[in-house]
Every structure is written in structure tokens, then in C-alpha cells.
Design a protein around this ligand. Structure first.
Ligand code: AMP
Length: 276
């Protein structure tokens, strides 16, 4: 695997590869099998697979979360080698952002719903970094997880607004055998919290099993209550929404998705299931 830390070097290398198709997997590192499933998917459909590891400061609204975000770069590099990744881009913050850089792209209501409501500024940070990474890597295909469902919609909107010629591919959520969605933040959970966190996937499944378009408000309320009843779990939202707009689902919604965020101890977890 080739590793680059500057825009110039990675650009020079990728340009030298001519017409080879590029699959790109942006990450913040602390890699788990969820990330590696994206790498596997990229390898299947492209000549070159590029992964970036960059803990993007502009998407963190909690300075402690940024400070404590795990950064096991040696282990990550070994996992990427093993997974057959061709190129790693691991830039320092100064390579991506100018001092005091500020700009805002209007992506519409998606920015302020759900995650955007609880993490103000988060999606502007995501938009900034993905825009910059796409400009550097210039991939043919971009692989992102359903785990961050709203992020996928936000990036799709940005790609379409800016006319970036990349195909977006959504990859399914990888879970531990007991159902917990894999996340770099799971290592912060104590063994007891790890058990309590299982209520998230259980509740999502319960909602999926009991869904009909007429009982949405009750179902959402009951789901919040189920989450809150579990020791150490504080739900932030549980929403059953239209899969394209993230507005409340209705009979015309082609896709329906249930999305939730909850704090388990000090760790904030998100998860979702496709209902229709
Ligand atoms: P992150 O490092 O958390 O920014 O995630 C990088 C990419 O991996 C994003 O596209 C995520 O949606 C995806 N991802 C994170 N967790 C999972 C998972 N459990 N299964 C599949 N993809 C995931």
C-alpha cells in the first residue's frame, strides 16, 4: 500500500495511473469491519482503491469528542494492507485547511434535521472535508456507509449541487454478532454500557416489525420510551422518516427509514434501519 500525506504527492501518483478507475473510502480511522467492508466493495468495482484517514476537526462540535477520538494509525495501516487497499491518504490538518478557513454551502433542510439539530455545524464540516477530499482524489466511485444515513444524503446533495462527477455507493451497516452497529466510538463503552447499548438495535427492529404508516407518532413515542427505560441510555431522537427527505414519512414515501441517536454513558451512538 502506498501512503501519502500531501495533496501534491497523492495527485501526482494518481495522475500517473492514467485511466485507472478509482474507488474512494473516506474515514476518520480507528478502522473496524464496517470500514473494511467499504474497502472490499471499492476493490470489487475499481482498479485502484484509495482510503483516507483524517479526523476532521470542523465536523466536531464537542471539543472533548475530537480530543478523545481514537487514532491508532499503525493498526489502521496494517488492517488496510490486509484488506488490499492500494493507497492511503493520511494528511495533517494543515494540508486540508487554511488558517481560519470558513465557508458555507447551502444544502437545504438536510443540514438542520436530526443529527444536524443535535450537532450544529456538523454537516458543514462534513461537506467541507468531503468536498476537499473529492477534489484531491477525484474518484469515479465514492463508498459511504448506511450507518451514517443522513451523511450519505448530505454528501449526495453536495455532489449534485457542485456537479462533481462521482457515483455514490451506499454500503450496508456491519454489526457485531449481537446486533450492535460497529463504530469507532464503541471502544469507549464499558462492558455494562456495551450490553445496555443493545437496546438500540432491538428497538429499531421492534419498530420495523410494528410499522404501519398510520401509527408513526405513537411508534416513535414508544420507541423513545423503550430506549429511555434502559439503564444508562439517554435517547436524543427516534424518527421514522422519508428516506429521501428525512421529513416525516407518509403514504407516498418510497423509502422509509427509522433513525436514532442515544447517549450510552458518555458515548453518543447512532443507528438506523430501513423499514420500507
Ligand atoms: P467514520 O470513520 O466513522 O467517519 O466512517 C467512515 C465511513 O465508514 C462512513 O461512510 C461510515 O458510514 C462508514 N461506516 C461506519 N461504521 C460502519 C458500519 N458499522 N458499517 C458500515 N459502514 C460503516
Amino acid at each position: 500500500m502506498k501512503t501519502f500525506t500531501t495533496r501534491r504527492d497523492i495527485r501526482e501518483y494518481l495522475t500517473s495511473q492514467g485511466a485507472a478507475t478509482i474507488g474512494f473510502v473516506p474515514t476518520m480511522g480507528a478502522l473496524h469491519n464496517g470500514h473494511l467492508s467499504l474497502i472490499a466493495r471499492a476493490r470489487q468495482g475499481n482498479d485502484i482503491t484509495v482510503c483516507s484517514i483524517f479526523v476532521n476537526p470542523t465536523q466536531f462540535n464537542d471539543p472533548n469528542d475530537l480530543k478523545n477520538y481514537p487514532r491508532p494509525i499503525a493498526e489502521d495501516m496494517a488492517k488496510l494492507e490486509q484488506a488490499g487497499c492500494d493507497v492511503l491518504f493520511n494528511p495533517p490538518v494543515t494540508e486540508i485547511y487554511d488558517d481560519n478557513e470558513q465557508w458555507h454551502l447551502n444544502i437545504g433542510p438536510l443540514e438542520h434535521l436530526l443529527e444536524g439539530d443535535f450537532r450544529p455545524g456538523h454537516y458543514q464540516g462534513v461537506t467541507q472535508v468531503v468536498y476537499k477530499l473529492l477534489d484531491i482524489v477525484k474518484p469515479d466511485n465514492l463508498y459511504m456507509g448506511q450507518k451514517d444515513y443522513q451523511q450519505f444524503l448530505v454528501v449526495s446533495r453536495m455532489v449534485s449541487l457542485m456537479g462533481i462527477p462521482v457515483k455514490m455507493v451506499m454500503c450496508p451497516i456491519e454489526r457485531e454478532t449481537d446486533g450492535l452497529a460497529m463504530s469507532s466510538r464503541n471502544i469507549h463503552l464499558t462492558p455494562a454500557e456495551r450490553q445496555h447499548a443493545l437496546v438500540i438495535f432491538k428497538t429499531l427492529n421492534w419498530v420495523k416489525a410494528n410499522f404501519n404508516i398510520d401509527n408513526l407518532p405513537t411508534l416513535q413515542k414508544d420507541a423513545m420510551a423503550k430506549l429511555a427505560a434502559e439503564e444508562g441510555v439517554q435517547p436524543e431522537y427516534f424518527s421514522i422518516v422519508d428516506g429521501k427527505t428525512l421529513l416525516p414519512a407518509d403514504a407516498n414515501s418510497e423509502t422509509v427509514v427509522a433513525l436514532t441517536a442515544a447517549r450510552v454513558g458518555n458515548t453518543r451512538l447512532i443507528d438506523n434501519v430501513l423499514i420500507k
